[in-house]
Design a protein around this ligand. Structure first.
Ligand code: SF4
Length: 316
């Protein structure tokens, strides 16, 4: 993969001093670790829609499903300004080829879930969505999104990073010639990865790719992208990884000796029981792929879906 995936991100998470108090919320992992492998497009909705730094803090009030954005102390209403700016901004973002967005938790503008909304009686409930985040997610319903708080969870982080790198490779594929051959090549090398997320959509995608030569290219690619994003929207689980690994081991039925089969079965059981991380059975599988020169598996992105330096798949 030549191009880095492009990600939108709340600007304060990269250390930009755009918060209401003139500070930032720098996240070291996002800036210094993930940041080496992706290209960020920082966005601060409050500053971009015309507010000053520093400024009075904002909060959401009223109906949690359709809250207003007001200043905390003086009650100035910025809802209309923010919504109208956000609608134009997401339209412009269509040209940015984003592979995802990382939002700032709990922000009344940028928070993607569990943002405090103050009811009319003054009591806060954590059920809101920031005004910009809501407009963004409604405009790009299938794009991977997370916030920096949820990304502290190993499983959520691994899943999100896998999705953005897969989508980055897809963006690279569609930036070239939209031929059936390119579609088949992308799908073939992502089969195991897609299977680890959603078996039903994996089968549908197989039928779609088989029928692609009978469809207009634009239609086939659009349908494939929707299916790919929908499949990746399902979290891979320990069970689905075990299915994929067992399926992959089927390619070595003839070559593996009895003790090698037993070793892999033991390692898979230990992974299933939560005693070892996913990287262990995957590393053993890669060893057999090299040793027995299995061309089909060698090309599977499932074996190396993201840079190893990110140290994903290392948790139980
Ligand atoms: S509006 Fe978003 S990006 Fe700007 S400071 Fe608040 S949380 Fe950060």
């Amino acid at each position: 993969m030549d191009a880095k995936p492009r990600l939108g991100i709340s600007a304060c998470l990269l250390g930009h001093k755009v918060r209401h108090d003139g500070g930032h919320k720098l996240d070291q992992f996002l800036l210094n670790t993930l940041g080496k492998y992706v290209e960020y497009l920082p966005i601060c909705p409050e500053v971009e829609c015309g507010m000053d730094v520093p400024r009075e803090a904002l909060r959401l009030v009223g109906d949690p499903e359709n809250p207003r954005l007001v200043t905390s102390r003086t009650g100035v209403d910025f809802t209309a300004l923010m919504k109208s700016w956000a609608r134009k901004r997401v339209k412009a973002l269509e040209d940015e080829n984003l592979s995802g967005f990382i939002f700032k938790t709990r922000s009344p503008s940028s928070g993607m879930r569990s943002v405090k909304v103050y009811l009319d009686n003054g009591i806060p409930v954590s059920r809101g969505v920031g005004i910009f985040a809501r407009v963004f997610m409604e405009h790009f319903p299938l794009l991977p999104v997370e916030d920096e708080g949820r990304l502290n969870d190993d499983g959520i982080r691994e899943n999100f990073v896998e999705r953005i790198f897969t989508l980055g490779r897809w963006r690279e594929t569609i930036s070239g010639r939209r031929s059936v051959g390119n579609l088949v090549a992308f799908h073939t090398s992502h089969k195991l990865l897609i299977l680890s997320h959603n078996q039903r959509i994996y089968r549908e995608m197989g039928r779609l790719v088989a029928a692609a030569s009978q469809m207009p290219a634009g239609e086939a690619f659009a349908a494939y992208e929707t299916a790919l994003l929908s499949a990746l929207g399902t979290m891979a689980t320990v069970g689905s990884h075990c299915n994929v690994l067992q399926h992959a081991m089927g390619y070595f039925k003839e070559q593996l000796a009895g003790d090698e089969k037993a070793e892999m079965a033991g390692i898979l059981e230990a992974y299933r029981a939560g005693n070892i991380p996913l990287i262990v059975p995957v590393t053993l599988l890669k060893h057999y792929v090299r040793k027995y020169e299995c061309a089909y598996l060698k090309d599977q992105w499932y074996l190396d879906p993201h840079p190893i330096e990110l140290q994903l798949r290392n948790h139980c």
